[in-house]
Ligand binder design. Structure first.
Ligand code: MN
Ligand code: MN
Length: 298
């Protein structure tokens, strides 16, 4: 396994861009800042630095755990005391860097935030060839429970492959019974989530993020056009309704997206919410497994 070939260098390049974007975006996670301005800043910065968004920037606030991104006209703003999870993906030729942080707006990091930061750190410390993914999950679960919170079992880390955000390999946030042995050269995103409640999630009806699944026979010409645009621009990676609103305002985006979901041509990432209204924190980094540990590249 040659970890300095061009493939791994693309992962690292994507990671360098992501590091810069994370640092610059943190300054904007303040009271009254518009969420749409935050995601647009982040995604534009990625492009300016030579990368591409690997998925729409997710801004999930308080009990919202994942998969929220605003539309262009969304008025939502950040408020003091909000737990804001900023989850960013950048890719270079399909090689993905995936990383997230949580900020409590205009306040210091508290135990909920520290629990996921610490869980991520402890998880990264045990990564090496031969370690099973459920052991990493156990380390995450134990750490979060030491802080008297619960890990969110419905969300997990994942293997990364060119143009594939979630490979078959999952890295659970708890000690699941089955695991996969990780090996040198694997690229993984590890992402502990903690909740102040039991940590069970439910699907919201709302959906703003989608991905292409397959070509399907479609009667509506607008939907047909939109599907070809999606396939060409985003390939198999997730995209936002907002991106289409910006670039294809002549198409009936919302109507066509619903059509494409019904036809099973695209997959909807419904917004995920803590089912008991628990507050949620997340931390995430991407790593390349090396011969004796791992290299964190985000
Ligand atoms: Mn992520
Ligand atoms: Mn991820």
């Amino acid at each position: 396994m040659e970890l300095n070939d061009s493939l791994y260098n693309n992962y690292r390049k994507a990671g360098e861009i992501l590091k810069t974007v994370k640092e610059e975006s943190k300054k904007l996670v303040v009271d009254n800042y518009k969420v749409v301005d935050l995601v647009e800043f982040i995604e534009k910065k990625i492009i300016e630095l030579g990368g591409f968004p690997a998925f729409p920037c997710n801004i999930s606030i308080n009990s919202v755990a994942a998969h929220y991104t605003p539309n262009l006209t969304t008025d939502l703003t950040l408020k003091t005391g909000d737990y804001v999870k900023v989850d960013i993906g950048c890719h270079i030729e399909g090689c993905i860097a995936d990383s997230a942080y949580t900020v409590k707006v205009n306040e210091k990091d508290d135990n909920l935030i520290l629990s996921t930061q610490e869980a991520l750190k402890n998880a990264i410390d045990v990564v090496e060839p031969g370690v099973k993914t459920n052991y990493i999950g156990k380390v995450i679960e134990d750490t979060i429970k030491e802080f008297n919170f619960n890990p969110i079992k419905d969300l997990c880390g994942h293997g990364l492959k060119p143009y594939i955000l979630h490979t078959g390999t999952t890295v659970p946030n708890y000690n699941s019974n089955m695991g996969t042995k990780i090996k040198e050269g694997d690229t993984l995103a590890i992402e502990p989530f903690a909740s102040t409640k039991a940590g069970k999630l439910k699907n919201s009806e709302e959906v703003y993020i989608f991905k292409y699944l397959q070509d399907r026979p479609l009667r509506d010409p607008g939907s047909k056009k939109l599907l070809s645009v999606i396939k060409q621009n985003y390939k198999t990676l997730p995209f936002a309704e907002r991106w289409l609103e910006r670039d294809y305002s002549d198409l009936k985006i919302n109507f066509s997206l619903r059509n494409l979901i019904r036809a099973n041509a695209i997959y909807p990432y419904n917004v995920l919410i803590d089912s008991e209204g628990g507050l949620v924190s997340q931390a995430e980094n991407s790593v390349i497994v090396t011969s004796n540990g791992c290299e964190v590249y985000t």
